[in-house]
Design a binder for this molecule. Structure first.
Ligand code: NAD
Ligand code: GLY
Length: 357
């Protein structure tokens, strides 16, 4: 069992990573003294893992409840938030109750959001079941839902009490979703850790086979990096923005394609490659490293290039409306070498256009 600590004073918590630990969640939270525990999930995940989790919590002596919302990003919204809150009220969850998010980032984000506002805040635990949620969304306390005027526009910073990662759950995850998680792990390699980047380059086959040793290594390392960044800058006053490498262009691609053509990790993979080229154009990154970033993305079968039908000017107009825009200036996270990035504002639009073509 591997444990990574997110250091945030009295709000610090553990991320526990291992194989076959799903049924151990009840035992682990026994000491937490919760009055009731509600598992929030969707039918896809709950049908596979719901019984194991519910039985584990019951066997540990807790009264349980499950709230199931439909599967899909389109359900990460106010309506479902309200439905969950209603179920919690009807079942008399109190301030000592706890929510467990069992699922990917959608379930994790909405559960965290509900936990942060129910009776002014109750405890919640992340049990992430996608690779992306295990290495990114379950850690760091960004919660939220989408608004029709923008994705992730409504939310809170609210940390979980525990993140419980059973990597065996990845065995049922579709390969395309696995690759989305890989994109985020490549991101950690580029922004922070050249060794992780090299590890991804040299262990592709065993990682894609979901061999527990390399898989645990890359998940643990990603969690360590995210934990360190979040501990230093929980509310994204500065450093935390580096976690958005690939996201300025990636989000513009997602918006332009209506969130239907590319999964998030795929759009980010294209964004990471094109932002590496932007950095090369600006003279911050050497060509060899830019090519290496593209090579690792390609080697996993992730997309690295913009489809020809996407128009650079339209993408730029989306970038100007992004959440990351400050005082009208776009912000890019640009690699200086593998393992190190800088936050750059005030980039000439012509250079962005060049990087997109
Ligand atoms: P997701 O939650 O939609 O899960 C992807 C699909 O996999 C869903 O159909 C889900 O039901 C299914 N699934 C989940 N676990 C499974 C399993 N073990 N076996 C079989 N199927 C399984 O997508 P995601 O990529 O996990 O998360 C994306 C969301 O995360 C987005 O809403 C994004 O905004 C958010 N996000 C948040 C943060 C953050 O810091 N809070 C960071 C990154 C992304
Ligand atoms: N996924 C980016 C962040 O948590 O800050």
């Amino acid at each position: 069992m591997q444990t990574v600590r997110v250091e945030l004073g009295e709000r610090s918590y553990d991320i526990v990573i291992d194989t076959g630990i799903l049924s151990g969640i009840g035992e682990r939270i026994k000491g937490f003294n919760f009055s009731k525990v509600a598992v929030i999930s969707n039918p896809t995940v709950f049908n596979i893992y719901g019984d194991v989790v519910i039985n584990s919590i019951k066997n540990a002596g807790f009264e349980t409840l499950n709230v199931i919302i439909p599967d899909g990003e389109e359900y990460k919204n106010f309506n479902q938030t309200y439905q969950i809150l209603t179920e919690l009220l009807k079942n008399k969850l109190d301030r000592k109750s706890c929510l467990i998010a069992l699922g990917g980032g959608v379930i994790g984000d909405i559960t965290g959001f509900v936990a942060s506002i129910y009776m002014r805040g109750i405890d919640f635990i992340q049990v992430p079941t996608t690779l992306l949620s295990q290495v990114d969304s379950s850690v760091g306390g960004k919660t939220g839902v989408n608004h029709e005027l923008g994705k992730n526009m409504i939310g809170t910073f609210y940390q979980p009490r525990l993140v419980w990662i059973d990597i065996d759950t990845l065995k049922t995850l579709p390969k395309r979703e696995i690759l989305c998680g890989i994109a985020e792990i490549i991101k950690y390699g580029v922004i922070w850790d050249e060794e992780l980047f090299e590890f991804l380059m040299h262990h592709r086959e065993s990682i894609l086979n979901l061999d527990p040793l390399p898989l645990t290594h890359i998940i643990r390392r990603s969690c360590e990096i995210k934990a360190e960044v979040v501990s230093k800058d929980e509310r994204e006053a500065g450093l935390r923005a580096i976690l958005n490498y690939g996201h300025t262009i990636g989000h513009a691609i997602e918006t332009e394609t209506g969130y239907s053509r590319f999964l998030h990790g795929e759009a980010i993979a294209i964004g990471m490659n094109r932002e590496a080229w932007l950095s090369e154009i600006m003279g911050f990154l050497n060509r060899k490293d830019a090519l290496k970033i593209k090579a690792v993305i390609d080697s996993y079968g992730l997309p690295s290039e913009l489809p020809e039908d996407l128009n650079a000017d339209k993408l730029i107009s989306h970038m100007k409306l992004d959440k990351k825009v400050e005082a009208g200036e776009m912000k890019f996270i640009l690699p200086e070498k593998i393992g190190k990035v800088k936050i750059q504002k005030g980039i000439d639009i012509e250079n962005v256009r060049k990087a997109l073509n």
